[in-house]
Design a protein around this ligand. Structure first.
Ligand SMILES: CC(C)(COP(=O)(O)OP(=O)(O)OC[C@H]1O[C@@H](n2cnc3c(N)ncnc32)[C@H](O)[C@@H]1OP(=O)(O)O)[C@@H](O)C(=O)NCCC(=O)NCCS
Length: 428
């Protein structure tokens, strides 16, 4: 498991404290050998004072119980009709599963309650087919849930609802998770399944997708290859984003420490569907300076960047941009303007090691170049020891031996610091 550096992990601890995460567990992952590991991850999150609500499915357990009893299921996951026999099997399997989870959470010293918070009505006739005991969501009693969370009790929600008229209804657990997440204004919903969230995207693009990108994906024919369960989870994730949950994660719970690996690294191990633009480039503020200096220090030690002290950075802070992901600074870059020469120096471009190779360097450079253009700068230069090939091949900078074109005071510094950096230029 790759957590990134300890500092990176610690950044998340205060961010997550007191937050509410809805964890949607597939029955299949609850039947897997790795389930005890998932429960341990939940215990870690609880110890960090994350409010957790567990919503669980049971399709896998219902299927195997039906097989043992020789029952033909009318629907395995409540996306179709639930006839009398299916309801009978489902109730037995769900009750057993809930009890097992309760036992395991109690062993981990997590206070747990099975809560009846879903009011539903019978789904009725859809496409000419009577859905019988399959329910449709009416309301989530979020006040009851909030009461439990305030008392540090973890609510465990089975895929069942009641209509107030004496009927038990079978619910689809993904839909329950989204309804609960929206009603609680949860910070995250995390779908834990038994498979990789493989939407046929390359690894980098698959890590985070916006709700709009998710819509495009669903329209694409290739997604027909993706299994129905995953497709439905993506639909639910998009719906949750549109209804106010800003981040929905899809992860493979069979991976070791899947939950922690997803939450405590910027890139994660699954797919995150997000409602807003959580990655952005913005002007640096005084609060960023310590983190910026720490990042730069590593590059200075490797002779990649020239040393700067806090006073120097603060004095030219308006020149610096930072890239942040989920509130954490992961990259930096500066544009020092020489108005008289109509020139600007691209400086201090740095992307943290564990975020390299994902186009962040490119985004930083392009943003700084756009800034230079908007300021009427006609040419850019930079002084590079180890990245001249990067700037030449990716951004068309060329090495120049005409040092006289460099602004005078900058040239004096270059001559004094003895780094022997290459002088790269680019016309805008
Ligand atoms: C240079 C740096 C900013 C690139 O950031 P990044 O986010 O990894 O870059 P991108 O993702 O946009 O680009 C990655 C590509 O650049 C290439 N690349 C990265 N560093 C390179 C280097 N020093 N020389 C040549 N190519 C390099 C990668 O091989 C990759 O190539 P590909 O797209 O063909 O696979 C980053 O490696 C860094 O911070 N380096 C240390 C600090 C430094 O030297 N800064 C420049 C001084 S101003």
């Amino acid at each position: 498991m790759k957590f990134g550096d300890l500092r990176g992990i610690l950044q998340y601890v205060p961010q997550f404290r007191g937050r509410t995460f809805v964890i949607a567990l597939d029955g299949a992952v609850m039947a897997s050998e790795n389930f005890s590991n998932i429960l341990l991850n939940l215990a870690v999150l609880r110890s960090l004072n994350v409010n957790l609500v567990l919503v669980h499915g049971a399709a896998c357990q219902i299927e195997s119980l039906a097989k043992r009893r020789g029952v033909n299921l009318s629907s395995r996951d409540a996306t179709g009709p639930t006839d009398d026999e299916t309801l009978e099997v489902a109730l037995d399997a769900i009750t057993r599963l809930g009890s097992d989870v309760m036992r395991d959470l109690t062993a981990l010293k997590i206070r747990t309650v099975t809560a009846n918070v879903i009011t539903a009505h019978a789904a009725g006739i859809i496409g000419g087919v009577d859905q019988c005991h399959t329910g449709k969501m009416d309301r989530v009693d979020h006040e009851m849930l909030e009461g439990f969370l305030e008392k540090e009790i973890l609510p465990l929600l089975p895929p069942l609802g009641y209509d107030g008229g004496g009927h038990t209804l079978r619910m689809n657990s993904d839909q329950v998770a989204v309804a609960v997440g929206v009603a609680l204004r949860a910070d995250k919903i995390i779908f834990v399944t038994d498979q990789e969230p493989d939407f046929g995207l390359d690894l980098q693009s698959a890590r985070q997708i916006s709700a709009d990108q998710g819509d495009d994906l669903l329209e694409k024919a290739e997604l027909d290859q993706v299994c129905a369960g995953l497709r439905s989870k993506l639909q639910q994730a998009i719906r949750a984003c549109r209804e106010g949950v800003s981040r929905v994660h899809l992860i493979n719970g069979n991976r070791d420490d899947a939950l922690l690996a997803e939450l405590f690294s910027n890139e994660g191990i699954g797919t995150m569907v997000f409602a807003d633009d959580y990655r952005r480039i913005r002007p640096a503020t005084p609060a960023d300076v310590d983190e910026m200096l720490l990042m730069m220090r590593r590059a200075v030690a490797d002779e990649q960047l020239v040393e700067r002290n806090k006073a120097e950075v603060l004095a030219r802070l308006q020149d610096y941009l930072v890239m942040e992901i989920d509130g954490n600074v992961v990259g930096v870059g500066a544009l020092h303007v020489y108005a008289e020469e109509k020139a600007a120096e691209l400086a201090c471009i740095y992307v943290k090691d564990d975020h390299e190779g994902q186009g962040y360097g490119r985004e930083l450079v392009e943003t700084l170049e756009e800034k230079a253009k908007s300021l009427g700068i006609s040419w850019l230069f930079m002084l590079s020891t180890q990245t001249s090939a990067y700037f030449a091949s990716k951004f068309s900078y060329r090495e120049s031996s005409d040092l006289s074109s460099m602004p005078t005071d900058r040239r004096q510094k270059w001559e004094q610091n003895g780094r022997n950096a290459r002088f790269l230029v680019k016309e805008l």
